[in-house]
Design a protein around this ligand. Structure first.
Ligand SMILES: Nc1nc2c(ncn2[C@@H]2O[C@H](COP(=O)(O)OP(=O)(O)OP(=O)(O)O)[C@@H](O)[C@H]2O)c(=O)[nH]1
Length: 399
């Protein structure tokens, strides 16, 4: 196979510019994803400066060395900073500046001031090696589970280019003085350019995959959570109840469900305003999060109604927790717009041992218990299992 390094560099440049365009378009639609724009600009700058560098002759013109070094240095620095930004870290803006400066001094000084092609090429590839290892490291440590494939693909692409840079540095020592040049066609050099351009393509594809998967995860979260409180929404709770009931049937553990409703919430809204009502709902959500275990599920079931699903919990244990929530919420003082707001909740509790084994019947059991708590005067906790014995007529009237 005959691979001309200059041609390969042009191919590499074209790949970069093409992917820069695609990343640029994608980043337009994903404003909230940090790093995407930096990847697009990084790819574009590297592509353009590779195209310029492929035309370099000896002795090199100042403008070609200047533009090539600034372009590659800034482009590489932007890719690195893009990864850091994507991972929620602070960008190191000195990286592109230092890289550009060292590349320029190396390529200009060691070709025009003194002619040291071996050292010059070695330093260029050493810098390539360092920045690609830094990018691979930033990608491969503490990988977020949902983005594993994309992180691995990008990390391995950077690692491959770093290894190709090492191969090129080692190969330099086997070349004679007459064959040492950036674009010599012997040894590993043509293959370095070929495989690096392929790795560059894989890396840009991985960046796109990272953005795409992040957007898909964000959409999934939006569809599963309540925007006001950040809790699960009704749809996710319904799915979780079905999942937990299947578990309960398998291992025989009891599952409890609490239904919580703010008392006289309409009055509260009318008196203090809707934003104050929203704040009360947020504070109640926060309070419930602070008292339940990590494997319990809290959801906003609608309006001012919440549910807590408690795996491995009996009705008696759920009643204790429900009463703690009720008392804590009654004691909660909320300051809003110069007003002091306090409220209370009514809670209905049902479980799979006494009351129901299907999702819809568990939900209606908790709902009926809640209705009973309201009917008995509010600010109280009622279990469905004791409900029928207390006042069966209430169920009949409600139905
Ligand atoms: N601030 C605010 N209010 C909401 C929200 N969702 C529903 N509401 C209000 O919650 C109120 C619920 O009123 P009702 O169903 O009559 O219940 P209540 O006034 O709490 O009376 P009881 O439940 O019988 O104690 C309605 O006025 C809704 O407009 C919300 O997201 N924010």
């Amino acid at each position: 196979m005959q691979l001309d390094p200059r041609t390969m560099l042009i191919v590499w440049a074209a790949i970069n510019v093409m992917f820069a365009g695609m990343l640029g378009l994608i980043s337009q639609q994903s404003d909230n994803i940090r790093g995407a724009k930096q990847w697009a600009w990084g790819d574009l700058l590297i592509g353009l400066s590779f195209a310029i560098a492929s035309q370099v002759s000896f002795p090199p013109q100042f403008i070609i060395v200047f533009l090539g070094s600034i372009g590659v240095g800034t482009g590489m620095g932007l890719l690195y900073n893009g990864i850091e930004a994507f991972r929620g870290k602070r960008c190191s803006y000195w990286v592109p500046v230092v890289l550009s400066l060292v590349l320029f001094l190396n390529n200009y000084g060691l070709s025009t001031v003194i002619n040291e092609p071996r050292l010059r090429i070695f330093i260029n590839f050493f810098l390539f090696f360092v920045i690609h290892v830094a990018c691979a490291r930033a990608l491969l440590i503490r990988i977020e589970p949902g983005l594993r494939t994309a992180y691995w693909l990008a990390g391995l692409s950077f690692s491959l280019i770093a290894m190709l840079a090492v191969a090129r540095m080692i190969n330099l020592f086997f070349l004679t003085n007459s064959t040492v040049s950036m674009f010599n066609t012997t040894g590993v050099n043509p293959y370095v350019f070929f495989f690096a351009s392929m790795a560059q393509m894989a890396m840009s594809l991985a960046f796109m995959l990272l953005i795409n998967t992040t957007l898909a995860n964000q959409l999934k979260n939006l569809a599963a959570t309540d925007p006001l409180t950040g809790l699960m929404n009704r749809r996710s709770l319904d799915m979780e109840i079905t999942r937990q009931l299947a578990n309960e049937k398998r291992n025989g553990e009891c599952l409890s469900l609490m239904m919580i409703d703010v008392d006289y919430f309409k009055r509260l809204n009318d008196k203090f305003g809707h934003p104050a009502g929203d704040e009360v709902l947020r504070r109640l959500a926060h309070l419930m999060q602070s008292v339940v275990r990590t494997n319990d599920y809290i959801a906003r079931y609608g309006g001012e109604e919440f549910c807590i699903l408690l795996p491995g919990t009996t009705e008696t244990q759920a009643l204790v927790l429900a009463d703690r929530i009720r008392r804590l919420f009654t004691d909660l003082i909320i300051e809003w717009d110069g007003n002091i707001i306090s409220s209370s909740v009514s809670i209905g509790v049902a479980d799979t041992e006494h009351d129901a084994h299907e999702a819809h019947s568990l939900l209606s059991a908790a709902d009926l218990a809640l209705y009973m708590a309201k009917h008995q005067g509010r600010n109280r906790v009622v279990a469905f299992s004791t409900y029928g014995q207390h006042d069966v007529s209430v169920i009949a009237n409600r139905a």
